[in-house]
Design a protein around this ligand. Sequence first.
Ligand SMILES: [Zn+2]
Length: 389
Amino acid sequence: MASQDQRTADKVDLIADDLSSLVIHPDEELATTLAKVSRTPSSGFGVFATQDIPKGALIAVESAVISIPAVPDEQAAIEFCKALHQISKANLARLQSLSLDPLAWNSVSGDSVRSRIWQWCEDNLASNQGGQRKSHHELSILVDHTCRCYGIFLTNNLETGSNSGRGVYPFFSRMNHSCRPDIYEFFDTKTKELSLRAIHDIKAGDQIHSTYVDLLQPRKKRQKTLEAWGFTCQCPACTNQTFDALGERAVELDDMLEEYLFYHDDFSSDTDDDHEPFLKGPDEALGVAQELIQLLKDQGIYGESLYHTYWSASKLGVEVDDLQLALGYAREAREIEVCCVGPDRKLSDDDTVEWISYLESQIEHANENGSLSARLAHQEYEEYDPSSP
Ligand SMILES: [Zn+2]
């Protein structure tokens, strides 16, 4: 383990160092042996499977090379300056090896962001290590360097949840986008690590894609969002016109289902809203959930959307008094959860394992006693407190 002195010495003096010596090759220090970073014919770098990767396999776990807390956009540059000041040489090299989008560079080198960064550098880094004041020229080099690094940060950062802020994960950053991604990325708020798992079988040599956008939106909206990265997506979902109609219907069904569930969750509380949901009862809502499940599967959309739809279908199964159906959907939701985040983590606040064992025990109970109202079982579950003995 490095001593405190060594660690301090390892920090970067952005002026004193010859930064060109810090550039590392993207293949160095990879987070995984299942995949590697290589050049692609068209999109710079990409990540490719080095062997067959089965669905659910953990491809990589990585920590951020730099991260900032959740702050409003106008404060992000200052938080970035503070974080950059603390970065190790190795992590700076990793950050610098990533791409810088011209659009991000334009916004960072513009007057307002640059002047904020200048001010911070002047207030905090104006003296050299010997206590001597930096010249205007030295400060200007430092600000340019910080701006460039911030541009790289903006190009590559991942938002890790509303309270966790944003970070750059270099291996994950090398993945190109597809609206039909090959992995699910999961940020663990306790360990602060990002894990990447295969959501279907990947063949050796295939490129591994992540998604940069919410998949459950029409192609035009996805492409509008992707303009920020400066490319037009050519994935199967964007080039095959038949997916468009399926996608638009899926969005419509998802909205109807969400509205129904929101309305019914809120039903018992006082509300002035006299708006009634489009779907009139649990039978209709279950029908919509089932159609949505089929559409998502037909389109090859796996992950959170499908998980949530199965979860809703399971709850609605109970509403229509069909515990077996509810159990089947709960197990489907659990299978997706395990594939995306592994057996020991949860994909949402809901506890699928507890819900499944509850449904199983209710079904067993019903078998022993002849009949049971599933609705009653549901009510009991809502009142059930697993922490009480
Ligand atoms: Zn696409």
